[in-house]
Design a protein around this ligand. Sequence first.
Ligand code: HEM
Length: 142
Amino acid sequence: MPAGEACAGGSYVLGMRWIHDLPRLHALSVAEQERVFGRTKADSVEFSDDEMPPDAHVARTDRERNGVKQKLYRRSAPIGSVDAHGLYFLAFSCDPSRFEFLLESMYGVDGGPTDRLLQFSKPTTGSLFFAPSADELSALIR
Ligand code: HEM
C-alpha cells in the first residue's frame, strides 16, 4: 500500500496452485509454444505488438485499466511430484482488484479472447491474503 495510506508498506497477495499438462504443451513446436506465451523461449524476449497473438498469455496480462498499468510483483515457484507438475503462482499488489481484473482478462470475461495458456494449465487452488508491512508486524509484538 502506498505511503500515507492505511496499512502502508503492506501488500495483497494472491497464491494459486496451477497444474500443467506438459505433454500437451511439449507436443507443440517451440515456435508455437512461444506463441502461447508471447515471448521467445530461449531468452524470454517479448514479441513486438505486430507479432503478439491476441490470446497469448502476455497479451492477456499486460493490461491497462483507467490509464493505470495492471502490473503485479510476481514470485512464482515451480512445483512437482511424480505424477503432477505445475506452478505455485504468487503475486503481490497494492490493489486486490488487479488480480480479479487480470484473471477475468485471462478467462475472456471482458469479451476478449481466452488466454491460450489455459489450454495447458489449470488452477487447483486460490487464496487471497493481506501481508502487513514488517514495521506493522513488529509493532504488534512490541
Ligand atoms: C500456470 C500459470 C502461469 C504461468 C505458467 C505463467 C507464466 C508467465 C510467463 C512465462 C510470463 C512472461 C515472462 C515473465 O514476465 O515472467 C508471464 C507474465 C505475466 N503473467 Fe503469468 N503465468 C501464469 C499465471 C498467471 C496469472 C494467474 C496471472 C494473473 C493473475 C499472471 C499474470 C502475469 C503478468 C501480469 C505478467 C507480465 C505481463 C507483462 O506486463 O509483460 N500470470 N506469466
